[in-house]
Design a protein around this ligand. Structure first.
Ligand code: SAM
Length: 250
């Protein structure tokens, strides 16, 4: 039956390709790829010879209409990005929303995602988190974004690229503060997988002083905002007692 399958692919280690992902990619009529040449290498490794087409930020809306025509003809189609889960800081949002709008099924496969992989081993609170993708490239945009997140109590997750890593860590120190606990996960699932943790100032220092820490792929995670307990603040237990007393007083 016609459906659009959302298929995650490895973020480094080919062993993370799921058997179901291979099966779906072999059986659909067409695979929409972020970059057909990039995915072609993965597909040849897994014996996938399905026809491919490109879907990237610049042609996604137009290409969606063509894919909807394919679905109307009864074809099943898959979407992959260069690595990890499509739509997560990758193309696919317009395609999925248009395909759903047209009334066709969208079937997601679970699989690799750098943000979730990084968070799961970071040691930072994982009960609530906010995935923020890439911070804006320009200083003002980046600072404004961080300022808006400064008092967010949730763990913050950012994607970053090697050529902006120092600027971004500097901005985190400047806006969230040098004392903010954070973790940088680098080269997940690959040979040089590394977790650096400490205060933001410490992580910046480690990355600054070691060129190797500025290479590869990285996820930055910051502890959420914790309100400082001031001396004047009345402890919660005392407030409870006061409230109870107030109900007893004439
Ligand atoms: N769709 C992907 C996902 O599900 O994670 C993310 C694509 S985004 C264009 C690429 C960014 O993801 C990188 O700049 C980096 O921040 C992060 N990333 C991808 N692979 C990674 C890895 N193996 N280790 C650390 N971060 C990674």
């Amino acid at each position: 039956p016609p459906a659009l399958y959302i298929v995650p692919t490895p973020i480094g280690n080919l062993g993370d390709m799921s058997p179901r992902a291979v099966e779906i990619l072999q059986s659909v009529s067409l695979i929409a790829c972020e970059d057909t040449r990039h995915s072609g290498r993965l597909f040849s490794h897994f014996g996938i010879s399905t026809r491919t087409t490109s879907v990237h930020d610049h042609n996604e809306r137009a290409r969606a209409q063509w894919i909807i025509e394919k679905l109307s003809q009864g074809d099943a189609v898959a979407l992959v990005s260069d690595a990890g889960t499509p739509l997560i800081s990758d193309p696919g949002y317009h395609l999925v929303s248009q395909v759903r709008e047209a009334g066709f099924a969208v079937i997601p496969l679970p699989g690799p995602c750098a943000a979730i992989t990084a968070l799961s081993a970071s040691g930072l609170p994982s009960d609530r988190f906010s995935f923020e993708g890439f911070l804006p490239a320009k200083d003002k945009g980046r600072n404004d974004k961080l300022t808006a997140l400064r008092e967010d109590p949730r763990t913050l997750i950012f994607y970053e690229s090697p050529h902006r890593i120092l600027q971004t860590l500097e901005a985190i120190v400047a806006v969230l503060g040098g004392e903010r606990p954070m973790v940088m996960a680098r080269e997940l699932t690959k040979t040089f997988e590394t977790f650096l943790s400490g205060t933001a100032a410490e992580v910046l220092e480690k990355v600054k002083s070691d060129d190797n820490q500025q290479k590869g792929e990285m996820v930055l995670m910051c502890h959420g905002f914790v309100a400082e307990e001031t001396e004047e603040a009345i402890p919660a237990k005392a407030m409870e007692t006061l409230a109870l007393l107030a109900t007893e007083l004439p």
